[in-house]
Design a protein around this ligand. Structure first.
Ligand SMILES: Nc1ncnc2c1ncn2[C@@H]1O[C@H](COP(=O)(O)OP(=O)(O)OP(=O)(O)O)[C@@H](O)[C@H]1O
Length: 261
């Protein structure tokens, strides 16, 4: 189980002129600081998949980066199976598999070598890494390109390799930042099937997305972040109930409108 309580993160604004017009009008801009995340809380149980939704700039990536310990929160707590992971980032990295939107692969290494390298960083044995790569390459349909240099990869091949690399150490929780962005229909389906298989093996998954179809297909729980605040956190059915006709687009818009009242 992973529980996030009252996370907050602000960034110093180095050059106010560089802010977008939208950010200049955003109530989260207070003096020299932009409060990207003000108050985000949610919870995912064993074997549940949580979809993190929100408009552009809502604070989803900042939240996920705090969960993965890439960013230190100003406030709040992250517990995985009742262990406060923020107090122990090394333990957190063992427990969490994180796919960030911007992780680059080492172009001169093959797909396999990229994944192996991360397995080594996690202290896995050679044979453990080998059998895990074989398992992941089947699940993510990577066999045909696994031994090619990753600089030659398509977007889909890169993404599959990045996902395999993120979960090579069999993490207790998997966090994916927009895992299907830029992927074609086949690659998207493979990634969604992979999330489904994590769910089957009871690994909680948190993923951000702008695709409501993916939420309908996969998610048990939904959290909607708007302007740095979790405006909704509940089951998929509770989320659907936000709209009179149970339509996810309607539920999303109703949640955002409620937050603006
Ligand atoms: N390092 C930083 N310094 C200053 N501002 C930042 C920093 N990182 C994020 N922000 C700002 O915080 C806000 C939230 O950004 P974030 O990337 O978390 O949004 P998001 O919900 O993931 O958006 P999207 O759906 O567009 O990916 C944005 O206005 C962004 O410009």
């Amino acid at each position: 189980m992973i529980e996030i309580k009252n996370l907050a993160k602000k960034f110093a604004v180095e050059n106010p002129k560089k802010l977008s017009e939208q950010e200049k009008k955003d109530p989260r801009l207070k003096g020299r600081f932009f409060h990207s995340v003000l108050d985000v809380s949610f919870k995912v149980n064993q074997g549940e998949v949580l979809g993190l939704l929100g408009p552009n700039g809502a604070g989803k990536t900042t939240t996920l980066r705090m969960l993965s310990t890439a960013l230190q929160p100003d406030q709040g707590s992250v517990d995985i199976n009742n262990v406060n992971v923020l107090k122990n980032p090394l333990l957190a990295r063992q427990k969490i598999g994180f796919l960030s939107g911007s992780t680059g692969l080492y172009g001169r290494l093959t797909g396999r070598e990229n994944i192996e390298y991360f397995g080594q960083l996690h202290g896995m044995s050679k044979s453990g890494i080998e059998s895990r790569i074989s398992e992941l390459s089947t699940m993510l349909e990577m066999e045909s390109f696994l031994d090619r240099r990753s600089e030659t990869f398509s977007t889909g091949m890169k993404q599959k390799t990045s996902i395999a690399r993120a979960v090579v150490h069999n993490p207790e929780v998997v966090i994916l930042d927009e895992p299907t962005t830029g992927l074609d229909i086949m690659a998207t389906q493979t990634v969604l099937d992979f999330i489904r298989s994590l769910k089957k093996s009871k690994v909680p998954v948190i993923f951000s997305t702008h695709h409501l179809g993916e939420v309908e297909e996969l998610c048990d729980r939904v959290t909607v972040i708007d302007k740095g605040i979790s405006q909704f956190d509940g089951s998929l059915q509770e989320f659907k109930n936000q709209a009179q006709d149970g339509n996810l687009h309607g539920a999303f818009l109703a949640t955002i409108q409620q937050g603006e009242l």
